[in-house]
Write a protein that binds this ligand. Structure first.
Ligand code: GDP
Length: 616
């Protein structure tokens, strides 16, 4: 149905209940696509509603809401996960329904997947080596064990042979990076703590990450062979982090080990299996098309893209058409961690896969598609969605400034903070002071992670997963972390005075921390000659005196130091006969200020923009 709308443009209208689903960060182009309208028409309608936006700019829910109401639609914002689900739905793939349809008979017990975490030098790598060597059927595999990102061992537990899969990249970095991409790979975390060193910053980080993901922890108290080892102290220290040993009445299993000489490894694996059996229901349907996660991938000179995938459900076969994130292809060959060819990989089995046409990201989910064409189409659709999402992400996920708005909209209930400081004393003081803030009834203040040192990729990843704001006290960004924060839209605030941080957080909670803007001059131009045009109004023939003049920037006109025209916009900008977007210092140009015509020879045009002022 076409009907005249605001501004006289034709836009297909909804009946008031027609629902339009848009992803976060969508633009008018996307909206236009869904209702089969001309994007330019939507720009016009929105303009008449008092909002200026370009067709490609990503808009917030409220703006879409206003526009939709006007046109008889209802807006529903969709998350990236939901969008991907819909994308797959278009190919008749519904992973949730697939799982929901599975009955008990379809499900078979699968091995647990374990990640080893802990402080640097506490023995993670050695422990992974020792566990690998403990494999009871290692001899039968033949070949030398290679690092492919994960391995599986068989362990005799209470009289039966049980398989366990270990993620071979120690540390919580990979773990969190995967979680940030929505992939939960790990069932159980082994926390390695050196008994001669005790709980250290990364031990705490690891605990935070595992607990935030709801993954049960088994503690390996390592290096008990070293003089001065104090396993009891480790147990006592960890009680502070809600890890209470069974022998102290808690429910966490602590096992004393020495990875280097290989002491206690069997007991540790037993503890992992006991914990899995006690607290997890690890079953999967092995008979369907495979679904899982890519845990490592690289471009091999001879073999092309090589990805190690962990099958989470179903069985992966050579010849299957697969999509992993935005990569796709056909499984040409599969290898296990011993370099042996594998024909079929069942749940919890990690395999190297050859045959993809590009390299997927670690943490990308993969699935088997009905045929090659479908696999390619899914990958292409995802590539398009990813481009759109990158644009949308530039906007902050959560920031101190808009916290109250999100709170009122019911989008958040707690202000999650990550604290980083130069010394632990400062971090503790900051945390203590923050937790003393009277936050009122309807909101909660949570410090989800604290640590000493620069702001790391990890901090940003964790902030992404848990929508947290990072507070840095006398610290800076680590290498390349700023770009990541920017890309992920994570708000990071730096302070060197504790009370200022407290003030800001308090203000954020009370909704008083509005951004302050300041004017930043972009350029000035001197008018040399005025050209009168009946069609375009007066054009100021000018020479740029400083900076540069950009089309669409804000402007004012000064005559002998007095403002004669304000709130103007550089509506047209020409060099010679060409429309240009920017003219630099020293060059001549023709400037049109829209309907503002009061320009004289000798006047100065000044352009500026409003920038958010950094807080002291
Ligand atoms: P990671 O940084 O946590 O991966 O730690 P590594 O596995 O690289 O171990 C750090 C150092 O501690 C290495 O020199 C290991 O040889 C040593 N180490 C690891 N486990 C033990 C152990 O059980 N006993 C002794 N004495 N040394 C160990």
């Amino acid at each position: 149905m076409q009907a005249p709308s605001l501004g006289g443009v034709q836009v297909p209208r909804g009946n008031g209940t027609t629902v339009v689903r848009l992803r976060h960060g969508a633009s008018l182009n996307d909206f236009a696509d869904k209702i089969d309208a001309n994007p330019a028409a939507l720009v016009t309608v929105l303009f008449h509603l008092g909002e200026m936006a370009t067709a490609t700019q990503s808009l917030d829910e409220d703006t879409f809401g206003t526009l939709a109401t006007e046109l008889g639609y209802q807006i529903e914002m969709v998350s990236a996960e939901e969008e991907d689900r819909e994308l797959l739905g278009a190919f008749d793939i519904d992973l949730q329904a697939e799982e929901a349809d599975e009955s008990d008979e379809d499900l078979a017990v699968r091995p647990p997947v374990v990640t080893v975490m802990g402080h640097v030098d506490h023995g993670k790598t050695k422990l992974l080596d020792a566990i690998r060597k403990s494999d009871v059927v290692a001899g039968e595999h033949g070949g030398i064990t290679q690092h492919i990102g994960a391995y599986q061992i068989t362990h005799e537990h209470e009289g039966t042979d049980r398989a366990i899969t270990f993620i071979d990249t120690p540390g919580h970095e990979a773990f969190t990076a995967m979680r940030a991409r929505g992939a939960q790979v790990t069932d159980i975390a082994i926390l390695v703590v050196a008994a001669d060193d005790g709980v250290m910053p990364q031990t705490v980080e690891a605990v935070n990450h595992a607990q935030a993901a709801g993954v049960p922890i088994v503690v390996a108290v390592n290096k008990i062979d070293v003089e001065g080892a104090n396993p009891a102290k480790v147990r006592q220290q960890l009680t502070e982090y809600n890890l209470v040993a069974e022998e102290y009445g808690g429910d966490t299993m602590f096992v004393d080990v020495a990875a280097k000489p290989g002491i206690g490894i069997d007991s540790l694996i037993d503890a992992v299996l006991l914990t899995a059996d006690a607290s997890l229901d690890l079953r999967a349907n092995p008979t369907k098309d495979a679904r899982g996660v890519a845990i490592e991938a690289n471009l091999d000179k001879g073999r092309g893209p090589v990805a190690t995938v962990l099958v989470q459900a179903g069985t992966l076969h050579v010849g299957d058409a697969i999509v992993a994130g935005t990569a796709y292809g056909r499984v040409r060959a599969m290898f296990d961690e011993h370099g042996n060819a594998v024909e079929a990989a069942t749940p919890a089995r990690p395999v190297q896969v050859l045959g993809l046409t590009s390299v997927p990201g670690a943490g990308d989910t993969f699935l088997v598609a009905p045929d090659d064409r479908t696999a390619r189409q899914i990958a292409e659709k995802r590539q398009a969605a990813e481009r759109a999402a990158t644009l949308a992400k530039r906007r902050k996920r959560i920031s101190l400034e808009d916290f109250d708005v999100e709170l009122k909209k019911g989008k958040v209930e707690s202000l999650n903070l990550i604290l980083k400081g130069d010394v632990s004393g400062a971090v503790e003081a900051l945390e203590d002071a923050l937790l003393k803030i009277d936050v009122g009834e309807e909101v909660e203040l949570r410090v989800i992670h604290r640590g000493v040192g620069a702001i790391t990729q990890n901090d940003v990843n964790l902030a992404t997963v848990d929508s947290a704001v990072i507070i840095g006290f006398n610290v800076k960004y680590g290498e390349r972390v700023e770009e990541l924060a920017e890309r992920e839209g994570v708000d990071v605030k730096f302070y060197s005075v504790i009370y200022q941080a407290i003030e800001d957080v308090e203000a954020a909670l009370k909704g008083m921390l509005k951004p302050e803007y300041e004017e930043v001059q972009l350029g000035t131009a001197e008018i040399r000659q005025v050209f009168r045009s009946s069609k375009f109004g007066n054009i100021a023939g000018s020479v740029v005196r400083s900076g540069s003049i950009r089309r669409n920037s804000k402007a004012r006109v000064l005559r002998n130091g007095t403002v004669v025209g304000d709130n103007l916009t550089i509506e047209s900008l020409r060099r010679e006969k060409d429309d240009v977007t920017e003219v630099r210092e020293g060059f001549e140009c023709g400037i049109g200020l829209g309907s503002f015509n009061d320009v004289n020879e000798g006047d100065t045009i000044e352009t500026f923009e409003m920038r958010e002022k950094p807080r002291a």
